[in-house]
Design a protein around this ligand. Structure first.
Ligand SMILES: Nc1ncnc2c1ncn2[C@@H]1O[C@H](COP(=O)(O)OP(=O)(O)OP(=O)(O)O)[C@@H](O)[C@H]1O
Length: 769
């Protein structure tokens, strides 16, 4: 490219940098002022909040004033945050002003307009756009278009223009370090540079190098069910996060209704992953969405029970060879089960409902017979949840009546007499100072005392504890005879469920059916405020779990991402089959499937080796980044294998920031950790409660590494003893595809047939026997 071009571009960068600096200075000043203002308002609030409210006359006035002040604090804090965000955005532009330029010529025009694309938009004092936000409608041309006629979507409909030039830049702190024109979407040269870098402890945004198919995922606003099947390292997680930023931006700028980040929820595979991705949205100027793991989600809804985690299940499955009951699990994870529960809940009779007695301090307050009688009185034409709700409302009414009667009791009068002023005022709460007659006030206080005493009853009613959901689910198990399941297995499972509940434990496979049944009978469990649900690593979810998540967030649009090849224990299914089933189950009107076949994470030799493990991996395209062949070291016993592992880990650590040793399960991870620790290597053992990834060598079972990546990976003990059959393909593929630059496999004895059957040219073999 001509030097004059570069000079002209640099001159423009200089001008833009001047504007950025001018705005930075102004913004810094505004921010300081806003910060001071928040401080003053907060102090004022704190002073007022501690005023004496014991004087009845003052109490009401203080209340109103406090509320007003609280509102002021809220406004000041929000204002400061907004200005702070603008400041952060400007600082980001200061580091890298923009990365793209498109020249477009509309029909009838004789010259092209030049538009520059960056992470945030920037306008000068006359409202001219110096930089366009990457999410602006016109910016899609940058990611999608090749020179010539191009289309882009705007709120006003599809527009057409001519793309006459596309230029890419790397700008660092005001200096263009690289720049070239391209006719491709976003050229490989830029990607090469980004992907060749070392792994950071946290994921980076990909805004400058989004690829065309990824852009389709990011900008799809039509689908109510968007399924992404993408091979390992194809940027599914990256695309999902960019998509969230995109949706938030558009809901602010002309979307139909504004969506806040907390109306979006991401189901992530583990806590490490949650932390790993936590910086991406803030780097794009957005707040993080809510994040939850399936375990946390289920545990929150099943308080008081230990829900078997996915990890515990991996471990249990790996150590037991008994697969006699897979038929039970298959059924419990199917959409058939969800349909059967629905039928059961619709037709359950009063006699079959398992009500609970409600006790207060060990004495009966409402008997289960009385509750059943109330339920029976409700019209049979009502749906089960409506009858249940009517029963609950009747019980609450009865409770209120009993509060009124009980307020006359002697113990209440005695308790009232013994109250000091502070507690008495406390009891009156907001009503303090609102009674004209003392008698009315006393009567109110008496009821308040009883209300307090009876509050456990109210809680029990409110939380639907008058239905014994465990026994109810047990009744479902007893009275259902699924065709696909062996009768003995089924009845054994019912007994296991019962025994588990005794110890406050529940299998993962039972937790969703139980929750669903509870919701179907009691009419709860749905959150209508969530607008978008994202599920990463969806191959680890059963259809029943997916359906339950859909049920829990009925108003949400769904984006599901996964890689069927990385299914550690689930059955493989084609993406088309899956979308079909899901669209059916979700009653989706506009389902869409996008497939990503290009893998960006690993060097070409690593991706080629990983895909060589798959029986049908031909569709996977390796990104052309050179590197060493993966190596396998075969050792005759564990001691020799540990020595080799220690050697490799130490070597890798000398070059790379993140080195991971991945094992089949937690027991092996622990024993490798002990041995390497004894050898004085800087190693850390990770478990499922860990949230951050320490530097140095980390050791973990493979399922904890889901969604993560490391500069170098050592897959420990990939022997035929550990992985004797093709069942291991998913695990070995997942392990191999975590590596960005270097991959070593260690095997005690012969390697797994999955590896020995792969093309030997894809691997360097080194053995000592
Ligand atoms: N367009 C892109 N530009 C730059 N880097 C990219 C791009 N797409 C993906 N990457 C990088 O490739 C790596 C893999 O991306 P990501 O983790 O999103 O893939 P994934 O499909 O979710 O992987 P997996 O299913 O194996 O966990 C990341 O380091 C990401 O930054």
């Amino acid at each position: 490219m001509a030097d004059t071009d570069r000079q002209q571009e640099q001159t423009r960068v200089d001008q833009v940098m001047d504007e950025i600096h001018r705005q930075l200075a102004a913004s810094e000043e505004t921010y300081q002022a806003a910060h001071a203002e928040t401080g003053a308002i907060q102090k004022n609030y704190a002073d007022n909040a501690s005023v004496n409210t014991f004087e009845v006359d003052d109490a009401m006035e203080t209340n109103a004033e406090l509320q007003q002040q609280r509102q002021l604090v809220y406004l000041a804090v929000t204002n400061e945050e907004t200005i702070g965000q603008q400041l952060d955005n400007l600082k980001a532009l200061d580091r890298s002003a923009y990365f793209g330029r498109i020249d477009i010529k509309d029909a009838g025009d004789t010259t092209s307009d030049q538009l520059y694309i960056g992470t945030f938009s920037l306008t000068d004092a006359d409202q001219n756009f110096l930089i366009y936000d990457w999410r602006a409608p016109i910016a899609s041309i940058y990611y999608n278009g090749t020179l010539g006629q191009v289309h882009y979507q705007t709120p006003a409909g599809k527009q057409t223009t001519e793309l006459t030039k596309k230029r890419q830049f790397t700008i660092k702190n005001g200096t263009i370090t690289n720049m070239f024109d391209t006719n491709e979407t976003v050229g490989d040269e830029m990607l090469q540079a980004v992907l060749g870098e070392q792994n950071d402890a946290v994921m980076q945004n990909i805004v400058a190098t989004i690829q065309k198919e990824q852009n389709d995922i990011i900008r799809d606003t039509a689908a109510d069910l968007l399924v992404v099947q993408g091979v390992a390292g194809s940027g599914k997680t990256s695309a999902i996060l960019q998509r969230i930023a995109y949706l938030l931006y558009h809901s602010r700028n002309g979307g139909q209704s504004e969506i806040a980040a907390d109306q979006m929820i991401l189901f992530s595979p583990n806590r490490l992953f949650s932390h790993y991705i936590s910086e991406v949205l803030p780097s794009l100027g957005e707040r993080n969405m809510r994040q939850v793991t399936l375990d946390d989600f289920l545990t929150q809804r099943l308080q008081g029970l230990h829900v078997q985690t996915l990890f515990e299940r991996y471990e249990d499955d790996a150590t037991t060879t008994d697969h006699a009951t897979t038929d039970v699990r298959d059924y419990l994870e199917s959409t058939q089960l969800m349909a059967d529960l629905s039928t059961y809940s619709r037709s359950v009779s009063v006699a079959d409902l398992r009500f609970n007695d409600i006790l207060l301090d060990g004495s009966l307050f409402f008997t289960k017979e009385a509750i059943a009688a109330i339920y029976a009185e409700q019209p049979a034409t009502m749906s089960t949840p409506n009858r249940f709700l009517a029963t609950k409302n009747t019980l609450i009414k009865q409770l209120k009546r009993r509060i009124k009667t009980e307020a006359q009791a002697d113990w209440v009068a005695t308790e009232l007499d013994n109250l000091d002023t502070e507690h008495y005022h406390d009891l009156l709460g907001d009503r303090l100072g609102t009674f004209k007659e003392l008698d009315d006030e006393m009567a109110f206080a008496a009821r308040a005392i009883v209300r307090r005493r009876f509050s456990p009853i109210y809680e029990a009613l409110f939380n639907n504890y008058f239905l014994d959901i465990y026994r109810q689910y047990d009744h479902f198990l007893q009275t259902t005879a699924p065709e696909s399941v062996d009768a003995t297995n089924w009845s054994m499972h019912e007994q296991d469920f019962d025994a588990g509940i005794e110890y406050h434990r529940i299998d993962l496979a039972d937790s969703v059916p139980l929750l669903y049944l509870r919701d179907l009978i009691t009419g709860g469990g749905q959150n209508r405020s969530i607008a978008y649900v994202f599920v990463d690593e969806m191959q680890d979810y059963s259809l029943a779990q997916m359906c339950y998540i859909k049920h829990a967030f009925p108003k949400a649009k769904f984006t599901l991402l996964g890689d069927s090849e990385q299914a550690l224990f689930n059955h493989l299914q084609t993406p088309q089959e899956l979308v079909h089933q899901l669209a059916d189950a979700f009653q989706a009107k506009r389902p869409n499937l996008i497939t990503l076949n290009r893998s960006y994470r690993s060097t070409m030799p690593i991706t080629n080796f990983a895909k060589g493990l798959l029986p049908d991996g031909e569709h996977i395209q390796a990104f052309n980044r050179p590197g060493d062949l993966p190596q396998i070291r075969l050792r005759k016993d564990t001691t020799a294998a540990i020595t080799a592992t220690a050697e490799v880990a130490a070597q890798e650590l000398a070059t790379y920031g993140t080195v991971a040793i991945l094992t089949k399960n937690v027991i092996t991870a622990r024993s490798v950790y002990r041995d390497l620790h004894a050898a004085h290597l800087p190693v850390s053992l990770l478990n499922d409660a860990d949230r951050t990834l320490p530097k140095g060598v980390v050791i973990m079972p493979v399922y904890l590494a889901k969604g993560l990546e490391f500069d170098a990976v050592v897959a420990y003990d990939v022997s035929s003893t550990n992985y004797p059959s093709d069942d291991a393909i998913g695990i070995l593929y997942t392990m191999a595809s975590r590596a960005m630059h270097h991959l070593t496999l260690i095997s005690v004895g012969d390697a797994s047939p999955v590896i020995s059957h792969a093309d030997p040219k894809l691997l360097k073999i080194e053995h000592e026997f």
